[in-house]
Write a protein that binds this ligand. Structure first.
Ligand code: NAD
Length: 282
């Protein structure tokens, strides 16, 4: 196992940001996605993100080149044998995530760690069926991963005692704020955020305008209104997280899945990643 190597599986909104975070902290990053276009565009997307930091005077050209040189796109989890930590950031779907972890645990060293960036799925359920469930944790980055300080760290009931100190040590150079969270649906932030989205979606269904609500929340001191936040996260991802919490909480009305959110996800206007959302790009 190479303590300087990190694996990232899934190179969408979150995955590419997580690649940037670890490569910027000096790690060698092996990155992969099941979709060829996501793999093919990964270096270009990362270069574009770094170029805007260079332009803003937050990064030197030399450092940007060094960061890019530390990232290698590989053709699947089977190529991740050397990594000390493998993080998945694929679709919010339990069987898909489980399949990735079982592929990873066949190749990585016994003292390497598996982590999920899930927003809402219980880590204990994800660990079921693994040969070594004790080395799986939740490592929940926020969007955009390079900018957001918080990472929720989630152990489950059977997490092995050596795992959390090792994760903390690996995360130290990254410079994020790690907060221990319970393995409860939505952990802390997504659980607290559900009623925020829910009340806004209820008002939308009552005929209020999304833009007016976002403007009100901004003027009230929030950094982003609920609809700008859904556009940032992706309506599909927000829907999957809400459905996950709703199921896990026995259909409690606090985690109601609003028709307006379902319709938005079904429309394909998912927010920033598709170029149009509830309020994006206005
Ligand atoms: P996304 O849709 O932008 O990207 C998902 C990527 O995973 C895609 O590139 C897809 O091709 C890839 N993928 C799908 N199945 C795969 C497989 N079997 N193997 C390899 N790659 C596969 O999604 P996202 O917004 O980046 O979310 C990813 C995860 O991060 C989800 O679990 C989500 O809940 C969580 N998350 C999302 C946000 C957010 O704001 N979007 C924030 C925190 C956590």
């Amino acid at each position: 196992m190479d303590p300087t190597a990190i694996g990232v599986i899934g190179l969408g909104t979150m995955g590419i940001g997580i690649v940037q975070v670890f490569a910027s902290a000096g790690y060698q990053v092996l990155a992969t996605d099941s979709q060829a276009p996501a793999c093919a565009s990964a270096n270009h997307r990362l270069a574009a993100a770094l170029a805007s930091r260079v332009q803003a005077g937050k990064l030197t050209e030399t450092d940007s080149i060094a960061i890019l040189s530390r990232v290698r796109v590989v053709d699947g989890p089977a190529r991740m044998a050397p990594v000390a930590l493998a993080i998945e950031a694929v679709v919010e779907d339990l069987p898909v995530k489980r399949a990735i972890f079982s592929a990873l645990e066949r190749v990585i060293a016994p003292d390497s760690i598996l982590a999920s960036n899930t927003s809402s799925l219980p880590i204990a359920q994800m660990a079921e069926g693994l040969a070594c469930p004790g080395r799986l944790v939740g490592l929940h980055f926020f969007n955009p991963a390079p900018a957001m300080k918080l990472v929720e760290l989630v152990a489950h009931a059977d997490t092995a005692p050596w795992v959390l100190p090792q994760v903390r040590a690996l995360m130290k150079p990254v410079g994020k704020t790690l907060i221990d969270c319970p393995d409860r649906p939505g952990f802390i932030v997504n659980r607290c955020a559900r009623p925020f989205y829910g009340e806004a979606l209820a008002l939308l269904e009552e005929g209020r305008s999304a833009a007016a609500m976002d403007a009100a929340m901004l003027a009230a001191g929030y950094r982003l209104g609920p609809f700008s936040l859904i556009d940032l996260v992706g309506a599909d991802i927000n829907l999957a997280a809400t459905e996950g919490l709703n199921r896990a909480m026995g259909g409690h009305p606090r985690y109601h899945v609003f028709a307006a959110l379902r319709a938005q996800a079904a429309s394909g206007n998912l927010g920033r990643k598709t170029g149009k959302g509830f309020v994006f790009p206005d």
